[in-house]
Design a protein around this ligand. Structure first.
Ligand code: UDP
Ligand code: MG
Length: 268
């Protein structure tokens, strides 16, 4: 079994989460007890108006050593993608796990993934949770399953992304790859995953769908109709831009050159 030391940054976006923070803290404590490697917690308060930043800081101070966590406060609400971008930028781990504050998927899932990966995460691939994986265990609301499936069809139709679930909040990136994919994010809201996965596809980065235990948690922030329409539009738009807009294509090419330089340095 490969046993390279590994340090994981847990990046957690939080928008008006005061009512669900007890779930987050419980999930993190269980992770701390069971995870045998190094980790840090990076919470990003996405311009909340309900005191999330203060409450989460106090809760974390009571339960974790200062060196283990960091709370970043964004002055204005950016959207989930924008919040993740701010956290990913400051992450120090070898790997970056992005996950939702409501613990719909628990951080201890990472321990299962590590076992499935024979004790070491790949250094050149992104692992994304898929609620459509045959081994996944899902408790979801019917209307969310339907809208989710419609969105996945749209993604397959309009983008080259081959994944059957792009939207699950639980994703693991080798740090350099994660920071590169997030560095120039245009879609700061719910559709940010499409931009990231499109870029990963364009760069030829392998993206592996992984099983997940996922349970719906109430008090979600998404407005299925309004946000769903916006996500669909942004998906179609970004995919057209990446194909036909000269500036956007130039940007993709520059990113590819950056990635190739990074690979060449790693291999030299
Ligand atoms: N979130 C955020 N900024 C926003 C909206 C949501 O940081 O503007 C965070 C939220 O706090 C949560 C994650 O994104 O950690 C997913 O949100 P939620 O669980 O409400 O959405 P779901 O995926 O369950 O519909
Ligand atoms: Mg949720």
């Amino acid at each position: 079994m490969k046993t390279k030391p590994l340090f994981v940054s847990l990046v957690i976006p939080c928008y008006n989460e005061s009512r669900r923070l007890h779930l987050l803290i419980k999930g993190l404590e269980t992770f701390q007890t069971n995870w045998k490697h190094e980790f840090e917690i990076v919470v990003v308060d996405d311009g909340s108006k309900d005191g999330t930043a203060l409450i989460v800081t106090q809760l974390l101070e009571n339960r974790f050593f200062n060196r283990l966590f960091k709370v970043i406060s964004l002055p204005k609400n950016q959207g989930k993608g924008g919040a993740l971008q701010a956290g990913v930028r400051q992450a120090k781990g070898d790997f970056i796990l992005t996950l939702d504050a409501d613990m719909a998927a628990k951080p201890t899932q990472l321990i299962t993934w590590l076992k499935q990966m024979d004790g070491a995460f790949p250094e050149d691939s992104v692992l994304i949770a898929s609620r459509n994986h045959v081994l996944s265990k899902i408790e979801a609301k019917t209307h969310r399953k339907i809208t989710g499936s419609l969105f996945n069809q749209l993604v397959k139709l309009f983008t080259p992304i081959k994944q059957s679930d792009t939207q699950c909040g639980f994703k693991l990136y080798p740090r350099a790859i994660g920071q590169m994919l997030f560095q120039n994010l245009h879609l700061k809201g719910w559709a940010h995953d499409i931009e990231l996965l499109y870029k990963a596809y364009y760069l030829g980065i392998s993206v592996k769908a992984m099983p997940i235990e996922w349970k719906h948690v109430d008090d979600e922030k998404i407005d299925v109709l309004r946000d769903g329409i916006k996500m669909a539009w942004q998906t179609v738009k970004i995919s057209l831009q990446f194909r036909f807009n000269r500036n956007k294509r130039r940007e993709l090419k520059a990113l590819k050159a950056q990635y190739q330089t990074m690979l060449a340095k790693k291999n030299s």
